[in-house]
Structures are given as structure tokens and as C-alpha cells.
Design a binder for this molecule. Structure first.
Ligand SMILES: [Zn+2]
Length: 93
């Protein structure tokens, strides 16, 4: 009713993409092509717990800010770990 379009989203995915560029910026000799970026994001997300939230047409709720602070260190650690793996085996199919 009333045009509500509810969706489930794994907010951890959004947080990983948000932090990815910051962490990659500190790695000047790393390949940053789309394939490597997606490989790094996928690996990092496999190291992290999923955090599903309900959104209304993409609108996000305020408790997400709390999630961001709670998981910041874990996210950066997971991305760094993923970079080490992708760096050792770049462009793996
Ligand atoms: Zn690459």
C-alpha cells in the first residue's frame, strides 16, 4: 500500500565498496582494473558477516551509521586480506 517498495540489502556490501577505494589508494603497485576490484570485494565480503537491512526504494535507515562504525576495522582488515590474495593470483578465472 502507498507505493512502498521494500527490499532486503546486504549492507556489508555497500560498506565494502565505500572503503575499497580508500584501501586501494594505499596500494600504488596493485592492479585496479574492474576484475581485480570485483575479486577483492567478493573475497572481502566472504570474510565478513552479512548484515541485511530493510530498505524502502533504496532509502537507507539511520542505524546503518552504527553498523559502519561497528565494522569499520573488520572491513578494512578483510579488504587488506583480500588484496594480499588477489595480488598473489591476479586475473584468475
Ligand atoms: Zn587487474
Amino acid at each position: 500500500m502507498g507505493g512502498m517498495v521494500l527490499e532486503l540489502k546486504n549492507y556489508m556490501e555497500k560498506l565494502v565498496w565505500q572503503q575499497l577505494d580508500n584501501v586501494l589508494a594505499a596500494q600504488p603497485d596493485l592492479c585496479k582494473c574492474e576484475k581485480c576490484r570485483y575479486d577483492i570485494a567478493a573475497l572481502a565480503l566472504n570474510f565478513l558477516p552479512p548484515r541485511y537491512v530493510v530498505t524502502n526504494k533504496g532509502e537507507t535507515f539511520t542505524r546503518i551509521k552504527t553498523l559502519e562504525q561497528q565494522f569499520y576495522v573488520d572491513i578494512v582488515t578483510a579488504i587488506s586480506h583480500a588484496i594480499t590474495i588477489v595480488k598473489a593470483h591476479p586475473h584468475r578465472d
